[in-house]
Design a protein around this ligand. Structure first.
Ligand code: ARG
Length: 703
């Protein structure tokens, strides 16, 4: 029985693979057989004709892909949104398709130029007419979706394609009758998969394997209970049969060489309109402004890349290029996202790059009250290391206690409204917390190029060093330490036990003694092994002079712990004259505050070790308060913990033999952190030598 459903097809008279605009075409230029293509196309044509009416549009010479009539446009009722092809190779098809639609009484909408959209290849109606699924990511632009919604008066659900083999939505997604959906989840990003799962009940989803997907099983024509496709595995056929669909296979291998199959070769031109259905899009857009050394500092690339990577899209509305070396650039960018959630994620990252609203779009921050102590509202804005301001009652307010991974809480104090970064556990009922991403900006001074280049660490901003770079870092760090000391600044060291095992203990002791260190952070181990070495000459039982294990040495560190426990604290053991040298000794003698944070693997612990980790975090954050530089010496957890508490603007030097630790810490996206992959004992010894050079009086070397 032939239904009243109509399809538009275009005979393959001029079909060939002439160019490469998708991965299937690679290596296939002029490799398809005309005869076989004609034969396969005729077969498909006849199969469809048995079930529906087929209209034809005349093929045009020079437009080999015109056979893929799915890309003519998107039809709903008597309205058509004409395709705007992304590639110039296909743009010449547009007028022919337009002509056909107009001749056949359709109302044709055309998109603004430079806004690609490839018709029914990228937009598929739910077969119940409830909504339109629209793809983006390769051929169609997200910003075309609001036009579809408006012109066709239908809800549009945007899906992002991630796998370039499935560059059109119809290559991996096929809504079927009765609300079923045949699709290949691997072609979509996880957000889109979630959207699909929210709309289509599990028993209605027929997710296929890659093997079927690459045979274009989703590129199927569904006419009531019939599904026409190139090829399907037995398993897929039986799964479809179980839910009442009959698969008709018709080989289309010649067209696969151009990246198309059954669905691509047809355009359904009778698409019924659901009665109660109306326009609705979740696509949002927002205009942001950025200023600074957008090109030199790579800021604009980072911004645009992250928008796309996170599933959004952009249009650069203005770009004022600073022409002089010193001058800054300014850009206005329209950001689009498939939903508010995605928009929030994108904007929060753009805020870190310094993006702000246009003055006329500025809004107050959105605040929500804390209703359970220690728990933020769901949608809370997660703070970063960058100096942040939020807008309250039309005024920008500086956020205090800047640190990452907190919430921004507002409270009313006698001196007015105060905004603070707070850890989740510190939130109190009555605090109001910033949610969403409105009215938030980070403040960065656009330093001049010259300034940036003279910043101490700029020559090696981020990145991991080779041998020469170790020396360069040492020279720079020595210079900085010296400067900070002279100006009465503050240097904090985090250190792991490796400092002692590698023989760095004496050097670190000297740094403390000579006033280069104003705070020490570590765990139980650094203190234990430091005192073990100074009392017993071993570090974890290894003789530090000879480098060999001492008999019974594995008990040494327990003896030390026991001794210190007897005195009640490290300071008391120092006073009693039991500990006479070393890192801990120097701390006590020079009144350098230290904090030892405990862990599950600690022996003892020492009486000084803080086993309450919340208190330990508090002690740490007190000690780093006001630091100018933090030297992180081979202690992964303590260093990362410190990194999290430290606002931007504090110099960080991370020394570790493990490149992963160094990368993690020097990756703060700022010029102020530097990482060195090297032995920490060696590093400290070079550092001391360099400091000696800097501080010893200049002696002319005359021959
Ligand atoms: N070679 C064509 C292109 O890359 C194939 C189009 C397939 N059509 C489709 N609706 N998926 O544009």
């Amino acid at each position: 029985m032939v239904s009243q459903i109509r399809f538009l097809m275009c005979a393959p008279d001029h079909y060939d693979v002439d160019y490469v605009i998708n991965p299937w075409m690679e290596g296939n230029i002029h490799k398809s057989s005309r005869d076989r293509a004609v034969e396969q196309w005729n077969k498909l044509y006849n199969v469809i004709k048995n079930h529906a009416i087929v209209d034809l549009v005349a093929p045009e010479k020079g437009w080999p892909d015109m056979v893929f009539s799915a890309n003519a446009g998107l039809v709903l009722g008597e309205n058509v949104v004409l395709s705007r092809f992304l590639h110039k190779e296909r743009q010449g098809e547009e007028p022919y398709f337009q002509q056909w639609f107009e001749n056949n009484g359709f109302n044709v909408y055309t998109l603004p130029k430079d806004l690609p959209f490839e018709g029914a290849g990228d937009a598929l109606l739910d077969r119940e007419g409830r909504w339109l699924w629209a793809g983006y990511g390769f051929r169609s632009e997200l910003d075309s979706h609001p036009y579809l919604a408006k012109w066709l008066d239908i809800e549009v659900i945007s899906l992002r394609l991630m796998d370039e083999r499935f560059y059109h939505l119809d290559t991996c997604f096929c809504p079927l009758a009765n609300g079923y959906l045949l699709y290949y989840p691997g072609a979509f990003d996880s957000y889109s998969n979630r959207v699909i799962e929210m709309r289509v009940a599990p028993e209605k989803r027929i997710a296929i394997e890659e093997a079927d997907a690459v045979n274009f099983a989703c590129n199927a024509v569904n006419i009531e209970s019939i599904v026409i496709m190139n090829k399907a595995s037995d398993n897929l056929k039986s799964r479809l049969a179980e839910v009442g669909f009959q698969v008709i296979e018709t080989p289309l291998t010649e067209f696969l060489k151009a990246g198309g199959a059954a669905k691509c070769l047809t355009l359904r031109v009778t698409e019924p309109i659901g009665e109660e259905i109306h326009a609705n899009v979740s696509v949002e857009s927002r205009v942001i402004r950025m200023e600074g050394h957008l090109l030199d500092a790579g800021l604009i690339n980072r911004a645009l890349d992250l928008i796309v990577e996170m599933g959004g899209s952009f249009q650069v509305l203005k770009f004022n290029l600073g022409e002089q070396r010193q001058s800054t650039s300014a850009a206005e960018v329209r950001v689009s996202a498939p939903s508010h959630d995605v928009m929030e994620e994108i904007i929060s990252q753009l805020i870190d790059l310094g993006a702000v609203d246009l003055p006329q779009d500025e809004r107050d921050s959105k605040l929500e009250p804390v209703v359970q102590a220690g728990v933020a509202p769901d949608d809370f804005y997660v703070s970063t290391i960058y100096p942040t301001e939020i807008r309250v009652n039309g005024e920008w307010l500086k956020v205090q206690n800047q640190r990452m991974d907190g919430a921004i809480a507002i409270s009313q104090t006698p001196n007015g409204i105060v905004a603070k970064c707070k850890l989740l556990r510190d939130l109190e009922i009555g605090d109001r917390v910033v949610v969403d991403v409105l009215g938030i900006r980070t403040v960065r001074k656009a330093e001049s190029r010259e300034q940036r280049n003279s910043q101490e660490f700029s020559f090696m901003s981020s990145g991991v060093s080779s041998e020469r770079r170790v020396e360069l870092v040492v020279e720079q760090v020595a210079w900085e330490l010296r400067k900070i000391k002279d100006s009465g600044g503050k240097v904090v060291v985090t250190a792991g036990p490796v400092v002692i095992h590698t023989g760095g203990g004496e050097h670190l002791s000297r740094l403390i003694r000579e006033g280069y260190v104003q705070g020490l952070l570590g765990g139980n181990a650094i203190a234990v092994h430091d005192m073990e070495q100074n009392l017993l000459g071993t570090s974890l039982g290894v003789d530090m002079k000879r480098g060999v294990a001492v008999r019974g040495g594995h008990r040494h560190h327990l003896k030390i712990i026991n001794t210190i426990r007897r005195f009640g604290s490290i300071a008391k053991a120092v006073e009693a004259g039991v500990v006479k040298s070393g890192v801990m000794y120097e701390c006590v003698k020079n009144n350098i505050p230290f904090s030892l944070a405990g862990s599950i693997r600690d022996d003892g612990p020492l009486p000084d070790t803080q086993m309450n980790l919340i208190l330990a975090q508090q002690e740490y954050s007190q000690i780093i308060q006001g630091a100018d530089m933090i030297l992180m010496l081979s202690s992964m957890l303590h260093s990362i913990g410190v990194g999290n508490m430290t606002p931007a603007g504090v110099r960080m030097v991370c020394v570790d033999i493990n490149p992963a630790v160094v990368t993690k810490l020097s990756d703060r996206g700022s010029i102020e952190s530097v990482g060195v992959v090297t032995d920490v004992g060696l590093f400290l010894s070079l550092l001391i030598q360099q400091l000696d050079k800097l501080t010893s009086p200049y002696v002319a070397n005359v021959g």
